[in-house]
Design a binder for this molecule. Sequence first.
Ligand SMILES: Nc1ncnc2c1ncn2[C@@H]1O[C@H](COP(=O)(O)OP(=O)(O)O)[C@@H](O)[C@H]1O
Ligand SMILES: [Mg+2]
Length: 339
Amino acid sequence: MKKKLKVLVLFDGTSPTTVDQDFSKEMKTKDWKTEADVMAALGKLGHTAEHLAIYDDVDLMRQKLETFAPDILFNLVEQFKNNPGFDQNIVSFFELQGLPFTGCGATGLTLCKHKGISKKILHYHGIHVPNFVVIPRGQRIGRPKQLEFPILVKPVKEEASYGISQASFVETDEQFRERVAFVHEKRNADAIAEQYIDGRELYVSLLGNVRLTVFPIREMIFGDAHPNEPKIATYSAKWDDEYRKRKGLRNEFAEGLDPALVGEIEKTCKRIYRLLTIDGYARIDLRLTPANEVYFIEANPNPHLAADEDFALSAEKAGLLYPQLIERIVRQGMNALRD
Ligand SMILES: Nc1ncnc2c1ncn2[C@@H]1O[C@H](COP(=O)(O)OP(=O)(O)O)[C@@H](O)[C@H]1O
Ligand SMILES: [Mg+2]
């Protein structure tokens, strides 16, 4: 049997926290399901798990490391001071101190977070990506001629479909300007405008550092969407149960894919994972066109780990039960070769 570990599970607080703050109450709510599930699994595995939430004070880490002296950090931090752009800075801070941690390193997080940079790298290596342009705040909002409608306008560095609604799908120059201005002014973010790729929405989960495992593919089904309605995983489509029910949206295992195509998708996703220097675990979002062309949409290192989310469900389908999945992630974190 492997040695049991002291694991410090790191969360992000949405307001200032203290070093010994107890989050058991929060963990009973839906928003904290990942945190609760990971803590429970670590307990089941026989590890000693404690948690710490960081809002804007990294000194809490120093204090907690002194008193608890964990063997490894289980990183569930997605933001700092409510800014999701800072997840990689937190990981850089672990790296600076030589602390073992779970999931993706700072370089992978940085490359994946920027929806333009990740696409440039993959395009260079011959992977299909939507045609796109990045429009920084303060820059004149014009549509480049080579970018044809329909177009999807998004914040260039967001997660969880923040800032993505049906209005992100634009078909005229006026709508284009309006939506870019919305991202700049209301989301306070640079924008990326991408050619809209019509097709099935696939989610591919991978686990590993050097040797990679690809799990069965999940799909978001747009059940009752009108044929002319753009099929996009908007914020409401992901998180609003009422809306999901009304629109017949559901996530399930992708059916009817030719085994050869599945093999090709798996190979492409492994390449993407390595090209973007991801380690730990990730979910890659793809579009599969009616002509069976695979387009990269986005890579999500450290995807949500709740037991009922796509990543864990895919792992389970491959025979890796939830606590074993958490154990694999911990052991990979212990063995990772970091910068
Ligand atoms: N170029 C595109 N073509 C078609 N659909 C897209 C495109 N970009 C994004 N989408 C839709 O919007 C969703 C969210 O976009 P994504 O880039 O993954 O943002 P987030 O990081 O917020 O998840 C995708 O899951 C997909 O449904
Ligand atoms: Mg996404």
